[in-house]
Write a protein of this length. Structure first.
Length: 316
């Protein structure tokens, strides 16, 4: 997986609100480099003073750095972050020079360094996602634990668009459902559907790397008797008869999914959970759904992202 480091040069008072914004935007980790830290004395438990390297710190002000996975959502996520930070001015928060800079890190450079930024996350009422390398033990019996090795594919579970899908699966998926996961990435939604009681899940992705990653994660989570993974473009040649489709794709691709026959693979009354839609494109997507056999019955939102729940017309 490639990671983009976003660095915001700001002030001490803006650290907390900016950190919140970055986590809500799906950052895997946030690092704070505060020039004031160099002037403090840091006695450790054993009495020695930590020596901090001035090279790691800005000359003045604070650097807030976050690591975002490079994927098709990155452009919109960055716009959303900039907008939210600028909105802090409305609350009279001093942003200092508010400079944003980026650098990309590829997997080899990072080796395993990025892994430390992945932590187990709890989503909705029933799911906890933990990276495979963390020895996670749940004390809560009512949570399903999903182990994920994200590798090069998208879908660690932390992105707001993924969280919306898992919440929608919890709320809208009938027990024993047959589910089609379009754009499965790591397989996170297909595995969640299986853990939440689906009888059969078909997970497809156009990208062979994602297919391999999903296949691995399906086995890690021992749901291979429920989840089948294959390479496919949207719903091309998919046999009909699903109770539900879940697709965490961008707005443009959700529109294509509707145009290219999502309704045809669902049973009458079946549901489509369409996520990855930025607020500004919601009405465009709603129109496409209405024009292709669906009625939008609910919408869930998180920050600037929307997931639409659409029902296939009966008799459609
Ligand atoms: N379902 C995961 C990943 C979402 S990212 C999650 O919710 O976290 C979107 C995924 O859709 C990517 O893996 C991308 O390869 C896939 N995708 C994009 N266009 C597609 C298409 N036309 N057909 C199938 N999959 C597609």
């Amino acid at each position: 997986m490639k990671w983009s480091e976003i660095c915001i040069h700001t002030t001490e008072e803006a650290i907390d609100p900016i950190t919140n914004i970055l986590y809500e935007a799906g950052a895997g980790g946030v690092v704070i480099e505060d020039s004031m830290d160099l002037q403090k004395e840091w006695p450790s438990e054993h009495g020695e003073i930590y020596s901090l390297d001035p090279k790691d710190y800005p000359a003045e002000g604070v650097n807030v750095k976050a690591y975002l996975p490079v994927n098709s959502f990155l452009g919109e996520t960055v716009e959303e972050i900039k907008q939210s930070i600028n909105n802090l001015l409305l609350y009279d928060i001093d942003l200092g020079d508010n400079q944003l800079s980026f650098s990309e890190h590829n997997e080899e450079e990072w080796s395993t360094a990025w892994k430390k930024y992945y932590k187990p996350v709890t989503i909705g009422k029933q799911i906890t996602i933990t990276p495979t390398w963390v020895d996670y033990r749940s004390d809560k019996k009512d949570r399903h634990v999903i182990e994920l090795d994200p590798g090069m594919a998208f879908g660690t579970g932390t992105h707001p668009t993924t969280v919306l899908c898992i919440e929608a699966l919890e709320r809208f998926m009938p027990h024993g459902a047959s589910v089609l996961d379009v754009g499965t990435g790591t397989g996170v939604l297909a595995i969640s559907a299986a853990k939440l009681g689906a009888d059969r899940v078909l997970a497809v992705d156009i990208d062979q790397v994602a297919v391999q990653s999903a296949q691995l994660n399906v086995k890690l989570n021992k749901v291979q008797n429920i989840v089948q993974v294959r390479q496919n473009n949207l719903v091309d040649n998919i046999e009909p008869g699903f109770d539900m489709i879940v697709g965490n794709l961008l707005a443009e691709i959700v529109v294509r999914l509707a145009e290219e026959g999502a309704a045809a693979v669902l049973k009458p009354g079946g549901l489509l959970i369409a996520s990855g839609i930025i607020q500004t494109k919601k009405s465009e997507v709603k129109e496409a759904l209405a024009g292709h056999g669906f009625q939008v019955i609910d919408e869930l939102t998180r920050k600037d992202w929307v997931a639409l729940i659409a029902k296939k017309h009966r008799g459609g």
